[in-house]
Design a protein around this ligand. Structure first.
Ligand code: HEM
Ligand SMILES: *[C@@H]1O[C@H](CO)[C@@H](O)[C@H](O)[C@H]1NC(C)=O
Ligand SMILES: *[C@@H]1O[C@H](CO)[C@@H](O)[C@H](O)[C@H]1NC(C)=O
Ligand SMILES: *[C@@H]1O[C@H](CO)[C@@H](O)[C@H](O)[C@H]1NC(C)=O
Length: 361
């Protein structure tokens, strides 16, 4: 190439790069500010140690969700449960515990999908084969698999900062009950739980939009059907729910989003406006004046929902993360590497006082 042409080419490349940069910073979020990335996490964390990490997770999730659409919901919920209990440290994946039942045995766990636990272990196994054991953390796999599940279901994509490390300590049942609000919670109770992890009303409404995919058991909303229908339920909808759940204790499931059960879209909010939310924790977002206008906005604008969802997920995915030399990188996501001598670490301290009446599951 002649020098002049090379200069022109270089100038063009620069202009193009500048244009792309501008597009990249302006496109994803017009008015939603992005939360900062925690020190110790970065977007290219595995660039050298496991460059294919993200593509391995993505192709696994794509294939597996094609075979079982419900797996996307299972994976998204697993990441949420992980982050809300003791931080995004993969404690949700641990089998058993040091002293009696662990996080997996706590009531909310009982409805996590076995297929999602298996998928995480299978993905991690592939990563171990590709890059070596103890390179990619289980907590990062959870965060990536949740994002890819959203994307394959039709939702927005977003970049996931990586470098989380895995907990060497178990969460307790009490941690789970304290961290995860029940479906019977109303907005004040939900906000009380979320405020402890620095999430606000907008995050609550946006993250609850995860209920645009997946299923719930009758037992999670039967209090709204018996002895008589909750007046905030549309009567036609309540009648249909009673066909699925004819009596208390029915062991069946129904879609969380009655309009588009497997599509990640803003129809969840349209349901709420039409009084067709499944749980009290869903419907109260529209009933309560503190959150009503946010629901109305997301029902009207899928873009507004997607922009806020990606921002809130970015924040949720960084709750109390372990970085640097904290914690460990498990070689088996279901078990700690070194069970001996790990007691008494600061992040295993319980706050039993946080348990209150809303935690009856
Ligand atoms: C805000 C408080 C929340 C409450 C009270 C709540 C409660 C629940 C309950 C009770 C179920 C159904 C369990 C069952 O009966 O089988 C469920 C399912 C689900 N939740 Fe939530 N959730 C909340 C927040 C979230 C968040 C933040 C996300 C993700 C961003 C999420 C994603 C899901 C998904 C995808 C399912 C379906 C799981 C499946 O089909 O296997 N939830 N949630
Ligand atoms: C916790 O949930 C997972 C998935 O459903 C399951 O494999 C595990 O056995 C559960 N723990 C208990 C005690 O049920
Ligand atoms: C309840 O939903 C049905 C459609 O499923 C609709 O025809 C009816 O008008 C709704 N009722 C109220 C009170 O909004
Ligand atoms: C991983 O750990 C679990 C729980 O201790 C154990 O049951 C399982 O066999 C382990 N998997 C492998 C591949 O070692």
């Amino acid at each position: 190439m002649a020098p002049a042409a090379a200069t022109v080419a270089a100038a063009l490349a620069l202009a193009l790069a500048a244009a792309l940069l501008c597009a990249a910073s302006a496109a994803p979020n017009d008015d939603v500010s992005q939360p900062p990335v925690t020190l110790g996490l970065s977007y290219d964390f595995y660039k050298r140690s496991c460059p294919k990490a993200e593509s391995i997770v993505r192709s696994f999730v794509q294939d597996a969700v094609r075979r079982d659409v419900g797996l996307a919901a299972g994976l998204l919920r697993l990441h949420f449960h992980d982050c809300f209990v003791q931080g995004c440290d993969a404690s949700v994946l641990l089998d058993g515990s040091a002293t009696g039942p662990g996080e997996k045995q706590a009531p909310p766990n009982l409805t996590l999908r076995p297929s999602a636990f298996k998928a995480i272990n299978d993905i991690h196994h592939r990563l171990n084969n590709e890059c070596g054991a103890n390179i990619v953390s289980c907590s990062d796999v959870l965060a990536l698999a949740a994002r890819d599940s959203v994307v394959v279901s039709g939702g927005p994509s977003y970049r996931v900062p990586l470098g989380r490390r895995d907990s060497p300590s178990f969460a307790t049942q009490q941690d789970v009950l304290t961290g995860l609000p029940p479906p019977t919670a109303n907005v004040p109770a939900l906000l009380a739980v979320l405020s402890k992890i620095n999430l606000d009303a907008i995050d609550l409404v946006a993250l609850s939009g995860g209920h645009t995919i997946g299923l719930g058991h009758c037992t999670s909303f039967e209090d709204r059907l018996f002895p008589r229908p909750d007046p905030t339920l549309n009567a036609t909808f309540a009648g249909r729910l009673r066909q699925t759940c004819p009596a208390k204790g029915t062991d069946r499931r129904t879609p969380l989003d009655v309009r588009t059960p497997n599509q990640f879209d803003n129809k969840y909010y349209v349901n709420l406006v039409n009084r067709e939310g499944l749980f009290t924790s869903d419907q109260d977002l529209f009933t309560n004046p503190a959150t009503r206008s946010i629901v109305a906005k997301f029902a009207q604008s899928q873009k507004a929902f997607f922009d806020q969802f990606t921002s809130s997920m970015l924040q949720m995915g960084q709750i109390k993360v372990l970085t640097g030399s904290q914690g460990q990188i498990r070689s088996n996501c279901s078990a700690r590497n070194n069970p001996a001598g790990t007691a008494g670490l600061p992040w295993s301290i319980l706050d039993l006082e946080e348990a209150d009446s809303l935690l009856v599951f």
